[in-house]
Design a binder for this molecule. Structure first.
Ligand SMILES: NC(=O)c1ccc[n+]([C@@H]2O[C@H](COP(=O)([O-])OP(=O)(O)OC[C@H]3O[C@@H](n4cnc5c(N)ncnc54)[C@H](O)[C@@H]3O)[C@@H](O)[C@H]2O)c1
Length: 350
């Protein structure tokens, strides 16, 4: 009997690694977390202890010298590409936190390398693994939406600006709320739309409040000098099938909700709104609406995501969140920034 476990190493052992990735890996009996690499020695040791891992390193190249099947990347965004390329080049499958990269060129580089080496590459878009998202996807795939001709994507926070340098310093994050939270709702929406090809975007990205003191932050103070990303962005997207989308993302704004994270699809037969999988339609000539619920679903999307990645590697299935989908997500976000720079509508790269 083969008793060898599936051997995983983590690159980046901070917030998200400790809160959900390590518990998610530990939930799988077939998995062993072998080591953790983090530039902070204290964090590497703390995360390795939490993971029950033997090794803690401050340089991920040392981690890659271990006998590993897969690597899980939980670093600030700008480290995703170099870490993933190093892991793929050393023959490891890669699960990587969102955004997979902050440019389409990087996503393509990572994806093509994974394909050439016949390795799995998955973006950790855990929202796809929530019960309402799975239910909404099944409803759309069964034809109840008809043709999706328009969508509205909102990732708008009133005052939840993440103070860590990894989010607010463009050199580490590559973008503000667009890349941090817009990416969640946008990926979810495109997934429900079955990933039409985005072709043109007109966008704005601005710093409205984060350089001043106009809105008190629910997550405390942040370094305003280091703040070098947008705190608000919006875009209007055209797809090659004629569909359109309005996208809005903010870490701070004047709105009553602390957070509105929604993806709403308008179809020729019905409409659906995530995250509560509320649907509207017409049945027998009368208006009908409701919400899709699955009371038996496992309520832990991050754990489900990690289990899906492990399953795709062990059983050689397609990546549950392939780079060919992610490149369309990043293409739109990248185009929002480019449109702001150029002051006009731009073509989406990909
Ligand atoms: N899916 C989600 O819900 C979710 C939530 C939060 C964060 N994230 C993503 O997870 C990633 C990490 O975010 P976080 O909140 O855990 O940040 P964090 O700052 O808490 O942790 C990041 C860790 O990476 C380490 N690090 C930095 N450079 C490194 C390098 N070169 N090699 C090894 N380690 C390095 C840091 O020391 C830190 O411990 C980001 O990409 C973020 O977008 C996803």
């Amino acid at each position: 009997m083969n008793t060898r476990k599936f051997r995983v190493g983590l690159i980046g052992g901070g917030g998200i690694a400790q809160a959900v990735h390590i518990p998610g890996w530990k939930n799988l009996p077939e998995v062993e977390i072998v080591g953790v690499a983090d530039v902070s020695e204290a964090t590497a040791k703390k995360a390795a202890a939490a993971a029950g891992a033997k090794h803690a390193f401050t340089d991920y190249r040392d981690l890659l010298n271990l006998d590993l099947d897969a690597v899980d990347i939980c670093t600030p965004n700008k480290v995703h590409t170099p870490a993933a390329l190093a892991a793929l080049n050393s023959g490891r499958h890669v699960l990587c936190e969102k955004p997979l990269a902050v440019s389409t060129a990087e996503v393509r580089q990572m994806g093509q390398l994974a394909d050439r080496k016949k390795l799995k590459l998955m973006t950790a878009q855990h929202q796809r693994f929530t019960a309402p998202a799975v239910a909404a996807k099944a409803w759309v795939d069964a034809g109840h939406l008809g043709e999706a001709y328009h969508a509205r994507v909102r990732a708008m926070r009133r005052a939840w600006l993440p103070p860590a340098a990894g989010f607010i310093d463009a050199k580490l994050s590559g973008g503000g709320p667009c890349m941090d939270i817009g990416v969640h709702a946008l990926d979810l929406c495109l997934w429900l739309m079955d990933f039409p090809k985005p072709v043109r975007v007109s966008g704005v990205s601005r710093t409205m409040f984060a350089k001043g003191k106009g809105i008190p932050n629910l997550w405390g103070e942040w370094d305003r000098k280091r703040f070098s990303v947008e705190d608000f962005a919006a875009g209007f997207v055209h797809f090659d099938n004629g569909a359109t989308m309005v996208l809005e993302a903010a870490w701070m704004c004047h709105q009553p909700e602390n957070e509105e994270m929604t993806a709403q699809l308008f179809g020729t037969r019905g409409g659906v709104k995530w995250p509560n999988a509320e649907f509207t339609t017409v049945i027998n000539g009368v208006h009908a609406q409701g919400s899709l619920t699955n009371p038996t679903a496992v309520p832990h999307p991050h754990w489900n995501e990690i289990a899906a990645f492990t399953d795709c590697v062990i059983n050689d299935k397609p990546s549950p969140v392939p780079w060919t989908e992610t490149i369309k997500v990043i293409g739109i976000l990248e185009a929002v920034y480019r449109s702001q720079e150029k002051g006009r509508e731009v073509a989406v790269k990909g």
